[in-house]
Ligand binder design. Structure first.
Ligand SMILES: [Zn+2]
Length: 217
């Protein structure tokens, strides 16, 4: 995960909220977006979220386009837990739509560590093997809730994809993964380069690579 800072919601979403009837609560009104087929507003929301996140999933850091074909409007605090936050833009992020992970795995469960918290960058420990472990109880819980690949049994496709991309990105930056790096300055140079968005986009899984490299220090 990478800490996400929220900006302003899209105008179409603000306008939609302002027309909310008094007899519906926020969760019911959010559902109306879909029931009434307001795909333009749903799309504006996904795209704005994806743009703010430099087009990576708020949880797994894989690519999201901001289009409904691969992007979900994910409520960090689930709508069933806090219906009053259903229309709160600061509670809505762009998640990938992969089955059994991220938005799909989250459902209406409590999530104790989120991309809105700066600790989301330090309480996970990603490994070259593609696996991830939690360094705190809440991080371990978040990995389980979102099925972020603690091992191959839990989420083989994500662990394998992450392993391949981390290793490819290291080679692409002139680093032999089996040797790693101990030079802090060199690591920070690579971090700065890989965390600089190009045309508003981050390389998918870049924050994971940063986590792996910082683990070498
Ligand atoms: Zn994801």
């Amino acid at each position: 995960m990478i800490k996400i800072s929220k900006g302003q919601p899209p105008q179409s979403f603000i306008k939609w909220i302002s027309s909310k009837p008094k007899n519906k609560n926020e969760n019911e009104w959010f559902k109306e977006l879909f029931q009434q087929g307001k795909w333009d507003i749903v799309g504006d929301l996904s795209f704005k979220n994806a743009e703010e996140q430099f087009f990576i999933c708020c949880y797994c850091c894989d690519y999201v386009s901001g289009d409904s074909s691969d992007t979900k409007n994910e409520h960090v605090v689930a709508r069933d837990i806090a219906p009053e936050k259903s229309l709160d833009y600061t509670n809505i992020l762009a998640s990938c739509n992969k089955l059994r992970q991220c938005d799909h795995a989250h459902g209406n469960k409590a999530l104790p560590l989120t991309p809105l918290m700066p600790e989301c960058e330090t309480e996970f420990n990603f490994k070259l093997s593609g696996r991830v472990e939690g360094l705190t109880d809440r991080a371990t819980e978040a990995i389980n809730v979102l099925n972020l690949g603690k091992d191959e049994n839990a989420n083989k496709s994500l662990v394998e994809k992450r392993k391949k991309i981390i290793n490819d990105l290291l080679w692409a930056n002139g680093v032999d993964p089996s040797e790693g790096l101990e030079d802090e300055e060199l690591i920070e140079m690579i971090v700065e380069e890989i965390m600089t968005p190009v045309e508003g986009k981050l390389t998918p899984f870049a924050p994971i690579l940063v986590n792996v490299m910082r683990g070498w220090l």
